[in-house]
Structures are given as C-alpha cells and as structure tokens.
Design a binder for this molecule. Structure first.
Ligand code: ADP
Length: 422
C-alpha cells in the first residue's frame, strides 16, 4: 500500500521553499525590464512547480516499511509480543535471565525475586552480579561464556535458603556472546536426598553394632570359650540379647515403613481411653517392677470414648511407658493418665526420670534421634518417630514438656468419638 512518508514530504517542501527564496532573491533586484521580469517570473514558477513535483514524488513512497501508519501498527504489535514474552517468562516455575556478554541483564522474570530473595532495587539493578547473589552462579556464567559450552551446577542461596540448580546456555550465532540462564528450585529434592542418605547411614550403624558383637562372641567361643561351660552360657545369653536387638530393629523398621506409607488404613472405632491405658500399662508392669519404678494409671470415670485404632494407640502408649521406664532411675514414679476437653481426649505419660534438654525436645520425634546420654543405652531411636506417625494418622498431635533432672511428660491427643458430628 502507498502512503505519504512525512520525513520526505517535509524535506521536499523545505527544498522547494529554499529554491523559491533563492531565485526570488537572485532575480528581483537585478531585473527592471517588465518583459524580462515576466519571463523570470514564469521560470521562477516553473522551477518551483518542478521542485514540488519531485518532492511529492519522493514523499509518495511505494515501500511499506517506510509507511508512517504501518510503523505505528508495527510498534504496537511489537509491544504486544513483548508483553506475551514477559507473560510466558513470568509464568515459568524456573527463574530465567538473558545476559549480554558484558554482564548486562537484558531480560529476567519475576520468579528470580523469590529464588534469590531480591529487593525491587536489586531485581532491576540491571547487572548479573546484582541479580545472582551466589558467586558460584556468576562463575558458572563466566565459564559458559568462555568455553561456549552449557554449564550446570547446584548451590545454596543463603539469603533465600533455597537450593538451586543453575543451567547456563550460551546462545548461537544470532545472539553471539549472550547467554540464557535458568534456575530450578531443588530444595525439596535435596532435602529428601539428605533424609535418604541419613536413613541408610543410621540403619547401617544400628545393624553394625549388634553384628560386630555377634562376630566377636562367636570368635571367642571358637577360640576356646566353648570349653568353659559358664563362660559359654554367658556368651550365649549376650548373643541372644544382640539377636533380640536385631529383631526389634527390623520389626521397628517395618512398622515405620508401614506407618509412613500413606495408604495405611486405620480401623477407627469409639474406644474407652482408660481401657487402652490399662492394657498398655498391664504389658509393662513386670518390666517396671524389675526396674524398681512405680507405674500408676490415673483415669477418671465417665470420659468420652476416643476415636481410635486400639492396637495402634496401645502401641504408642507402650512406647511412651517403655521409654519412661528406661529413663527413670530406681525409686521413680510413672503416671499414665487420660483427660478430656472439648472434643478432644488427651493421653499423657509422666515420669520422674532424667528429663530432656530443651534443644533435644524438638528433635526426639525424628527417626533415629537419641539424646547424648541415651546414646549407649539400648534402643533404636525409632519408637517416637513411629508414635508420631500413628498419632498424626489419627489427626492428633504428640508433644513433650520436660525438665532436665526432674522428668518428662509426653502427651498426645485424639478426637473424642462424635466430636466431628457435633
Ligand atoms: P529409643 O527409646 O528406642 O532410643 P525413641 O524414639 O523412643 O527411641 O526415643 C528417642 C530418644 O528420646 C531416646 O533415645 C531418648 O534420648 C529420648 N527419650 C524418649 N523418652 C524419654 C523419656 N521419658 N525421658 C528421657 N528421654 C527420653
């Protein structure tokens, strides 16, 4: 489509005006003869018209890219495309940056702000070193720019406490020297990987101790202890203890795997809280007597029923009472209680034992966690982790209050039967 190019039109008009003025100024004062004046005036007009014609012909351009209206339409289209591009970038779960060879940031998306915990100023500072607060990523960009090859690394950003995987991709011929950098948040993956490694190392450690003892005991028996019946009997008893420890570790691991798997089905039924307390305490009464501690159950009459899977809740109570016996010196007292408040039944096991330091209280429900003085005692460190899973699967909460040297109180809650329908 044809159209008038404003720039050329103005140029032509300027040329015409300039020429007219020039001719006029040159001819007017010199010529006095009226015929000559007429002739000059005609020439003057002819030249003016020629000039205007050439100007207009130039201005009436056939090239669409030089068309003024079309130029406006194109810049609106470009603006819209830029908006689309920004929307795609901002909708991406990854942080994205386009960098020039001198480190200027040409494009970035909003995700960068959360991943690097950036202020508005830092986000728009315009240079890569301001945007990436982690020197390892800046080095990665330099290496990619230098080698022309894609580079990848994982590093933690201390300010945001996020673990990020950065990939720097140098761009091809069209944008030579430029790089595209993408950041993926791998914090959760990294945490799971750490949990898995810890789990494997904890299980190996727990298995190694009894297995080493068994190995030493069998070697001693072979080395001559078998000939002394009293020693042999003692060694066999020790071997039984180690085998028991292995058996309980394996069954606790299986129990943990079962409670941690989401598809565990609870058989919930309205259950008498006092009956569950009595059943659990009954199983450990002899053990408490042997340890020289008093085990009492205090359960008020008329408590509402708790919504529970009874064998599982009994196992939680057994874990808590068993720990109380282990960590309470002779002459101590253990009290197992149940009480109710609106819609909730609370169970508690209180002891007068060694207590737990404040910094350990938050961690003892983790798998394999044992407090330092307890390190050499028997136990896998799995009991409370299993208990927490069971209680949480019931929709309850488990916790502890404790004072070192004075004792501990472990408690957990369950819904009272019918509470949800009220
Ligand atoms: P385990 O008893 O098999 O070691 P648990 O998960 O049951 O494993 O307990 C984790 C840790 O919590 C114990 O090793 C001990 O350090 C601490 N703990 C648990 N119960 C008590 C308690 N009643 N008094 C003092 N410390 C306790």
């Amino acid at each position: 489509m044809r159209g008038i190019n404003l720039g050329r039109l103005l140029l032509a008009l300027a040329l015409l005006g300039g020429l007219l003025v020039f001719l006029y100024s040159q001819t007017r004062p010199l010529v006095t003869d009226p015929d000559a004046v007429l002739l000059l005036n005609r020439g003057f007009w002819f030249a003016g018209l020629l000039c205007a014609f050439v100007g207009l012909a130039l201005a009436w351009s056939p090239e669409p890219e030089h068309n003024f209206d079309q130029g406006m339409a194109e810049s609106a289209e470009l603006r819209q495309q830029r908006q689309y591009l920004q929307a795609v970038l901002d909708g991406s779960p990854a942080g994205i940056v386009l960098v020039a060879d001198d480190g200027r940031v040409l494009l970035h998306n909003v995700r960068m702000q959360a991943l690097f915990a950036l202020s508005e100023d830092e986000l728009h500072a315009g240079t890569l070193t301001h945007l990436l607060r982690q020197y390892q990523f800046v080095e990665l960009w330099k290496k990619a720019a230098h080698t022309g090859a894609t580079q990848t690394t994982i590093a933690e950003v201390p300010q945001s406490k996020r673990m990020l995987r950065g990939v720097v991709q140098p761009l091809g011929d069209e944008l030579r020297g430029h790089s595209l950098i993408a950041f993926e948040d791998v914090t959760e993956l990294h945490r799971l990987e750490t949990v898995r490694k810890d789990f494997v190392s904890n299980v190996s450690h727990e298995l190694r101790t009894p297995l080493t003892s068994l190995r030493l005991l069998t070697e001693s028996l072979r080395g001559g202890a078998m000939a002394e019946p009293a020693t042999a009997t003692r060694f066999l008893t020790l071997m039984e203890t180690e085998v028991d420890a292995l058996t309980s570790l394996v069954s606790e691991l299986l129990e943990l795997a079962r409670t941690e798997s989401k598809d565990v089905q609870l058989q919930l039924a309205p259950t008498d809280p006092c009956a569950m307390l009595q059943a659990a305490a009954g199983r450990l009464r002899m053990q408490a007597e042997r340890a020289g501690v008093l085990l009492a159950v205090e359960c008020p009459a008329g408590l509402p029923a708790a919504l529970a899977d009874p064998p599982r809740i009994e196992q939680v109570l057994v874990n808590l009472i068993h720990n109380a016996i282990k960590f309470t010196p002779r002459g101590g007292r253990i009290t197992a209680t149940a009480s109710s408040r609106t819609g909730v039944i609370e169970f508690a096991v209180q002891d007068t034992g060694v207590g737990i330091a404040v910094e350990d209280q938050a961690r003892i429900f983790e798998r394999f966690y044992k407090t330092d003085p307890a390190r050499n005692r028997t136990g896998t460190g799995l009991g409370l982790a299993i208990s927490r899973h069971v209680v949480e699967a019931h929709g309850g909460h488990i916790g502890v209050t404790s004072q070192e040297g004075k004792g501990s109180r472990f408690f957990f809650t369950l819904s009272a039967s019918g509470a949800s329908e009220q």
